[in-house]
Design a protein around this ligand. Structure first.
Ligand SMILES: Nc1ncnc2c1ncn2[C@@H]1O[C@H](COP(=O)(O)OP(=O)(O)OP(=O)(O)O)[C@@H](O)[C@H]1O
Ligand SMILES: [Mg+2]
Length: 273
């Protein structure tokens, strides 16, 4: 079962945006995909709850009676979102499970520095340096009126970092994520240019995830359905049935859960759920 993780120590770099979009892309390809957070804050769960039933389902971790995170049975693809600050042992645990890692990076000195040190730490792992875990960076929130894309491309090239394209700054990202949706859930014609920007990233991930391009295949969600999704933020019904059989790779991730915890997130997980 292929696993893609989205990693960057820097908070707000776009990890959850990428993770939710990748999960939706896979769901539209007909995959049984799970989107999970590797910290106990479980922030993408909030996004999943807002997802309307008319778009392809994405499953969350399930939580058993012992408060252990599990993958639902039947899951074939896994997308892992990670918290800012993930490094050291926790990062190593993640690398052991991932087949591909995406590093989103905004175009500022601080963001580039942070991404560079994250990349350097990842390269120290044999799984990454040998290519068993594929890795690349994506420029995030690039102002199309600037030379940001070119700056990032050059920066990545100088450091030998595979560069998997850029996504421009656009309100549609903010709006869709707020409503449990992604660009892949929207009618293609309305966001052609933005969807096009995902192609280099998806082309890199498709073979790892055993998927085929064209990656932009998606449902045409009825417009009234979308309109209500944008206005009403009704949470989707509580999640799928508890897992009985755990896919091997996702099961292997479970012991890491206890260690992939940052400070007070552990407490909020236990009191919140
Ligand atoms: N291309 C984009 N255009 C405009 N806004 C964007 C874009 N990508 C992400 N955002 C917005 O930037 C903010 C931060 O993105 P996101 O939550 O994905 O980052 P993160 O790395 O997951 O943050 P954290 O480290 O806090 O988990 C969000 O409000 C998101 O909607
Ligand atoms: Mg996030």
């Amino acid at each position: 079962m292929p696993v893609v993780a989205v990693v960057n120590r820097k908070g707000g770099s776009g990890k959850s945006t990428i993770a939710t979009h990748l999960a939706a892309w896979m769901a539209h390809q007909g995959c049984a995909v799970m989107l999970g957070d590797v910290d106990r804050q479980q922030s993408t769960r909030t996004w999943l709850k807002r997802r309307v039933p008319s778009v392809p389902a994405i499953l969350p971790w399930t939580i058993d009676q012992k408060n252990v995170l599990k993958a639902p049975s039947g899951v074939t693809h896994v997308v892992l979102d990670t918290p800012g600050g993930l490094q050291g042992f926790e990062l190593s645990r993640l690398v052991m499970q991932a087949d591909a890692i995406v590093i989103p990076v905004c175009n500022s000195l601080f963001d580039r520095d942070s991404a560079a040190s994250c990349h350097a730490e990842l390269l120290a792992h044999p799984r990454v340096s040998s290519g068993r875990c594929k890795l690349g960076v994506v420029g995030m929130r690039i102002d199309a009126r600037t030379r940001g894309a070119e700056t990032l491309r050059q920066w990545a090239q100088e450091r030998g970092m595979p560069f998997w394209g850029v996504l421009r700054e656009a309100q549609v990202y903010v709006k869709t994520v707020e409503n449990g949706l992604t660009l892949f859930d929207l009618p293609a014609s309305a966001h052609e240019a933005d969807l096009q920007q995902w192609q280099p990233l998806l082309a890199q991930l498709a073979p790892v995830m055993h998927l085929q391009l064209p990656a932009t295949a998606r449902l045409q969600v009825p417009s009234e359905e979308l309109a209500s999704a944008f206005s009403a933020l009704d949470p989707a019904p509580e999640n799928p049935p508890q897992a009985h059989i755990l896919p091997a790779r996702a099961k292997a991730l479970m012991p890491a859960q206890g260690t992939l915890v940052h400070g007070d997130r552990f407490a909020s997980f236990h009191t919140g759920k």
